[in-house]
Design a protein. Sequence first.
Lengths: 410, 410
Amino acid sequence: MKAISVLGSTGSIGTQTLDIAEEFPNHFKVVALTAGRNLPLLVEQVQKHTPEVVALADESLIPELEERLKTIKAKSPEITLPVLIGGPDGLNTAASWDTADLVVTGIVGCAGLLPTLSAIKAGKDLALANKETLIAAGPVVIPELKRSGSQLLPADSEHSAIFQCLQGTPWAETARLSTGEKTPGLRRIQLTASGGAFREWPREDLIKATVKDATSHPNWSMGKKITVDSATLMNKGLEVIEAHYLFGIDFDHIEIVIHPQSIIHSMVELSDSSVLAQLGWPDMRLPILYCLSWPNRLETPWKRLNLKEIGQLSFSEPDTKKYPCMELAYSAGRTSGTMPAVLNAANEEAVAQFLENKIHFLDIPKLIDSACERHKADLNTSPTLDEIVSVDNWARHAVREQVNKQAITN
Amino acid sequence: MKAISVLGSTGSIGTQTLDIAEEFPNHFKVVALTAGRNLPLLVEQVQKHTPEVVALADESLIPELEERLKTIKAKSPEITLPVLIGGPDGLNTAASWDTADLVVTGIVGCAGLLPTLSAIKAGKDLALANKETLIAAGPVVIPELKRSGSQLLPADSEHSAIFQCLQGTPWAETARLSTGEKTPGLRRIQLTASGGAFREWPREDLIKATVKDATSHPNWSMGKKITVDSATLMNKGLEVIEAHYLFGIDFDHIEIVIHPQSIIHSMVELSDSSVLAQLGWPDMRLPILYCLSWPNRLETPWKRLNLKEIGQLSFSEPDTKKYPCMELAYSAGRTSGTMPAVLNAANEEAVAQFLENKIHFLDIPKLIDSACERHKADLNTSPTLDEIVSVDNWARHAVREQVNKQAITN
């Protein structure tokens, strides 16, 4: 029986994690939940999973939650109510909760950083879904991981694929200790990319791309922001940076391959030139379950892959002119220090501006590039967490300001 | 430094193994060689690898080999000549040679059985290329493996692919001990098949298939017999039986998938529905090297896989009417006991008769089916090695007799 904490329990990763916990009641017990503002769903989750502690980011909502839980208790007196805590300290307490074996970090954005670090400092293993943890805060997180010996388990499908392929290789034997260091036996990582909403569009048509066009993903059903990231291929760029930290591999040895069917979730080339791949239907539950069950696997009744039915898998080189975000990400990753934090924050802000119809689709990479260029003079090669958060704020502000001034140049 | 013995050193597996030993002189040392009749090549190998012992199947050739080696010694006095031994006992002695860590079994056919068993009894790890070891002699070999604790390492590309995919799964932890038993965490094996020479031929045209047609393989360069086995898909049928023994998996959970590009060398579906695949160019050196370096991997300069260049991988269901040999193999495997030995021997003899233009291509499955049918009355469910060899002889004889009597029925 593994005890798990779910940070961001009402979000997409959180709800899928709890679905899995419900599907495997003999394997997983939920001991801690943290959530934002969705109290009705949170109360349902508390009823079903009876965690020991619940933390709310917004402390002011605690009385309301308390009231709702009292009503539940009145109806079902056998339920043991959780300890309720709030605010940043509350999140950190829940993230490092003593009885938890594994913490699922489903909080989106910089808000997830501090609780994730608390979990690492407490030596908890981590199912990592909060991408800022490594992309923006890699320079702070990696040394903490080394100190605490926490095992990072990637919860997204691409990095999970790589992680699965690397089990049983010399990499796996040293991984817990060598996070961020050069990986034995691993020669190249190939991240597959569906190509996103504009895969079939000629480059010159992208100028006409609307929000509706950009938020229709061909394979995966995801939030709007991440669907736009798929359309710009920034999602792959960010995954490249994450892969660099997770698997201790140079940027020169991480490649992106367009694979429209999204069946091969990623590949590794080993030193002897053998290539291993992980395949499956596009279903986020699989990588999440693997985080939870690792190093074992559980029996699922989920849809089985049938390649004979699919018939064909195809692969091609991504068009770097059509997708400039990829190169921006490689460049920020290579620069390292605070640059990936700027890239990530500028991208989030630019996508938000696009979703509000304030900029064109093609302005997204321009705004990111401009923020990264301006940050060069202020680059901090070994930032603290506070400095990373401050740079993140600066980049968001810089993008907003440029949009407001209508100062996007070609 | 791993000490290896190569049984069948002048054959295809043997020469490729020695090429690898030469490429990695700091990792492998050749301590024993056995060969058939190719003395010039054997002498070259002795000069290059200076093994401790050399065994010849045909004892009468020893004086000639001795003479040739004396000439070498006269020219290069620094060479230490090997001990020379001959006959069946000589092969067994070389196969169980004390200083060897790993034995590569490249002897083709039933002649390879006894030396392979000697290696197993001596507790040596085995790079298995002799398919009779498991297909015909599974019932004898499996208990010996359990007793001795030898590790079987598959040297053909399909089983190596599966073996590579299973490293790092619960299967791998128990494999050394549980050979032949049900495998934890492994739900299905998918063996890929190129489809062989007649992949694009309509079923009704096969009646016209000539020896030349059947011996032109689209992807792999192999011997004539195995190329015909690819054309009938009997090679896949035999691999199904081998996979059953190697990975302890029911026949119901082994599938054949037609994959014309031969890039995915096979796949495993794990219990959680995740699928792992191993990919590479069709090159026998890779699985042989993995046997030698396992559980590690060595750095090679071999051609790297580039899926972007290949563009497309395709998959389809094999046509059981066009390829009846597959079903014959599944059926013999399920019957078990001496039946797979009959299937294998009848196939070898039928292919030999086809290669001599004595029968049609479509007679091959008919002859095998007929031998298997006739053997049903004499099935031995737990045969000794002698009984297996005797059944093998019977099946070859039965096929020859049927051909000579021109008694092949539809």
